[in-house]
Design a binder for this molecule. Structure first.
Ligand code: ADP
Length: 327
């Protein structure tokens, strides 16, 4: 594949919330670009760095030894200015000044909205979905989700050991403000007694009854996974349950930011690498305004216009499955 004459230099940035596997994507973008004789610029600090011209040319060694680390070597930031047209105009001016012809933008839902806005303003852009919540439309999995799920699984396994030694109900809060994917999948993979997600409004009484039933059936503990976006936080839920007679004493663990960190799993490294490669090849082929997605086993391209229109929510079949397997 030879580069389209219009694209000689590409830029790569990470934006919004970080996700494990972002580094693997950066590495794949840089090395694929170099393999196709493009110049590759690393853009630091997300859209803020794009506006401020925080650019550095990347060679193959600059992305050595990063594949196995969480976080992002390009760092990430949120940028209020970029949401405004004048911010994006400044970003485009900086790109022109440095000869950057096209961008690969690695980030979550908000970052992809930013990518779409830039592409509407004429910049060739490919987005790579990276967000532990798995809330991005158009891909079965986003970069970082599998690692986050494995982190949750490890934590819940440990909490279960202590929960069953003391006859306790553990309320474990996972990330997922608008999407209960992590909570549902953790429910299945950790054998939770109950899963509470933003997509399904389970009343407090029902939660109490389910825990009490588990106690009556002779369970030595109860694990309840609560997604951040459920109608009440795990702490508040625990206080409410303590006032009801449910058999168990409750304990709360908010997993918080540990879910964002850690060594990316093999799945995430592969997904991130495949998407990074595909993103650069798409730009070379003159395709842009798109996002890389995983559909079945294939890495596909989906128009950003479709991605920003919808959000992906948890699959309720899996929600029901988690419930059934918790008997
Ligand atoms: P994430 O990408 O993890 O969802 P944010 O929602 O914070 O994180 O988005 C990251 C950045 O993307 C924002 O700080 C902003 O600069 C940019 N962004 C978000 N939404 C838009 C939008 N509608 N238009 C332009 N830029 C946006």
């Amino acid at each position: 594949m030879t580069p389209t004459p219009s694209i000689r230099t590409i830029g790569v940035l990470t934006s919004g919330g970080d996700a494990p596997g972002m580094n693997a994507s950066i590495r794949a973008v840089v090395r694929t670009g170099l393999a196709h004789n493009l110049r590759v610029m690393g853009i630091y600090n997300g859209y803020e760095g794009l506006i401020n011209g925080e650019f550095r040319e990347m060679g193959p060694r600059d992305v050595g030894g990063i594949l196995q680390h969480g976080g992002t070597i390009l760092r990430t930031r949120r940028s209020a200015l970029f949401k405004e047209k004048r911010g994006r105009r400044e970003a485009i001016r900086r790109m022109n000044e440095s000869g950057i012809d096209a961008l690969v933008i690695i980030g979550g839902d908000g970052s992809l909205r930013g990518a779409y806005a830039l592409s509407q303003e004429g910049v060739p852009v490919i987005g790579i979905p990276a967000s532990i919540d798995n809330d991005i439309w158009g891909t079965h999995m986003s970069v970082g989700v599998d690692t986050a799920l494995n982190t949750i699984m490890e934590a819940v396994d440990k909490l279960r050991d202590t929960a069953s030694s003391h006859n306790r109900a553990f309320l474990i809060e996972t990330m997922g403000r608008g999407c209960g994917y992590l909570a549902v999948m953790a429910g299945i993979t950790c054998g939770a007694e109950m899963v509470l997600i933003p997509e399904v409004d389970v009343p407090l009484e029902e939660v109490a009854t389910a825990i009490e039933d588990a106690y009556r059936r002779g369970k030595t503990h109860a694990i309840i996974i609560v997604a951040e976006g459920y109608r009440m936080g795990a702490q508040e839920l625990s206080q409410a349950l303590e006032e009801m007679d449910i058999g168990f004493h409750t304990r709360v663990t908010i997993l918080g930011h540990i879910q964002r960190g850690g060594r990316p799993t093999a799945f995430d490294r592969l997904l991130a690498s495949r998407m990074g490669k595909r993103a650069v090849e798409a730009l070379i082929a003159g395709e842009h305004g798109m996002m890389t997605g995983l559909q079945g086993r294939q890495i596909t391209l989906i128009p950003l216009s479709q991605v920003v229109e919808k959000n992906r929510s948890a699959n309720l079949e899996y929600f029901e499955m988690a419930k059934m397997l918790a008997r």
